[in-house]
Ligand binder design. Structure first.
Ligand SMILES: NC(=O)c1ccc[n+]([C@@H]2O[C@H](COP(=O)([O-])OP(=O)(O)OC[C@H]3O[C@@H](n4cnc5c(N)ncnc54)[C@H](O)[C@@H]3O)[C@@H](O)[C@H]2O)c1
Length: 364
């Protein structure tokens, strides 16, 4: 069983902790943390119906034993519900629960709910504090850390949102025991991304740990979650609002987001689209003489070993794909911007790529 690790995220104007530890949701660590942050009541939890009894009720029971009033909102899961219409329900829930400017909101769920509730916290009464309790691997290694919050529009992903940092992130790797395997694999795509953009030895370590990770060995999962959070915290510290180096976290996302939008968020899990995006962007890098073929092969092999899709869906209508690319936040002045891999562990960001090169790499 892994020990509790506290990883401080030090940004220019604020600092918060990421706590990572087995059973922290049930051994009093999370409760203590929430008590230390409470300045008003009720503490409002937002979660999905399937997570309520298992993860939220024990926390609420413990807090109520301490005399703290809590309120719980439930919101159905699904990327297609990460919408402004959904935000209205969350805002109304906050208002009806009596959240005030000193209020504390706690989101227990994956990246979809984390992004939505983070955005709701950023904007409700011009900002209330919130705590992330991510329960998917993807949210534990990526979405809950770094302060990006958003909802989707029909035109594109995460188009309305804010940079808004949580007051704390509390990660219990034990929650991954109830996560469907497909969701676990989806999170592993973002984990592999960290190896590609930052650290070749981590990439190799992941391949070595494959069996343990897929069989949910919480020691191995705890190890990789810590490394990913350290990398993300370091990148975000250097560039909180993505003016430069933070863009490297978008490797695979220029194509991945367009695939998700062009398939109406219904075909692929986020990490699956990113897995395809990473191989697609390696192929684009090959065409430009930046990514050696051996590197594309290495990336594809690692993703396939974890059971992730890697092939671009050539049946996707080109117009819909490029329309989605045009709407993406990473497209500037109509130019498509990419992160391209020079080798595993080293990438270049801000690379402009023409439509013609993308077409030849993906649709030929
Ligand atoms: N803010 C960021 O920096 C950032 C980074 C990466 C991804 N994202 C966003 O994250 C979202 C994807 O997040 P996700 O992959 O976590 O998907 P998700 O939030 O849709 O969760 C996947 C499914 O798993 C269920 N679930 C969650 N925890 C569970 C558990 N412990 N046991 C059983 N079921 C559980 C959820 O109810 C849901 O049905 C996308 O919208 C993406 O844009 C944001």
């Amino acid at each position: 069983m892994s020990q509790l690790s506290i990883l401080p995220v030090r940004l220019a104007e604020r600092e918060y902790d990421i706590g990572i530890g087995d059973h922290l949701l049930t051994n009093g660590v999370a409760v203590e943390h929430l008590l230390s942050l409470r300045q008003s009541e009720p503490i409002v939890f937002v979660t999905h119906p399937a997570l309520l009894l298992r993860y939220v009720t024990p926390l609420v029971t413990s807090l109520e034993k301490e005399g703290v009033r809590c309120h719980t909102l439930v919101y159905p899961p699904g990327e297609h519900r990460k919408t402004l219409a959904g935000m209205m329900k969350i805002y109304s829930g906050f208002a009806q629960a009596g959240v005030d400017r000193k209020g504390l909101v706690v989101v227990v769920g994956g990246g979809v709910l984390g992004d939505m509730v983070g955005f709701a916290a950023a904007t409700f009464m011009r900002g209330v504090r919130f705590v992330q309790i991510p329960t998917t691997l993807l949210a534990q290694v990526d979405a809950s850390v770094g302060g990006k919050t958003a909802v989707d529009l029909p035109e594109g992903k995460n188009l309305v949102g804010a940079f808004y940092q949580p007051s704390a992130v509390l990660i219990d790797p034990q929650t991954l025991n109830s996560l469907p395997l497909r969701e676990l694999r989806s999170g592993l795509a973002e984990v592999i991304k960290y190896g590609i953009i930052w650290d070749k030895s981590f990439f190799e370590r992941l391949r070595f740990l494959r069996k343990s990770l897929l069989s949910r060995d919480t020691e191995a999962l705890g190890e990789i979650i810590r490394v990913c959070c350290e990398i993300k915290a370091e990148v975000v510290k250097q560039d909180e609002t993505e003016q430069n180096v933070r863009a490297i976290l978008n490797f695979g996302h220029t194509v991945g987001h367009a695939i998700e939008a062009a398939t109406h968020y219904k075909v692929y899990k986020h990490g699956e689209a990113i897995a395809i995006g990473m191989v697609s962007e390696a192929l684009i890098g090959e065409k430009l003489g930046i990514t050696p073929m051996t590197v594309t092969a290495e990336i594809e092999a690692a993703l396939s070993e974890f059971g992730l899709p890697t092939r671009f869906p050539k049946s996707l209508p080109q117009t819909e794909f490029f329309d989605a690319m045009m709407q993406d936040k990473k497209t500037v002045f109509g130019e498509f911007k990419f992160v391209l891999a020079e080798e595993v562990g080293r990438v270049l960001y801000g690379q402009t790529v023409s439509r013609e090169v993308i077409e030849r790499s993906l649709f030929d």
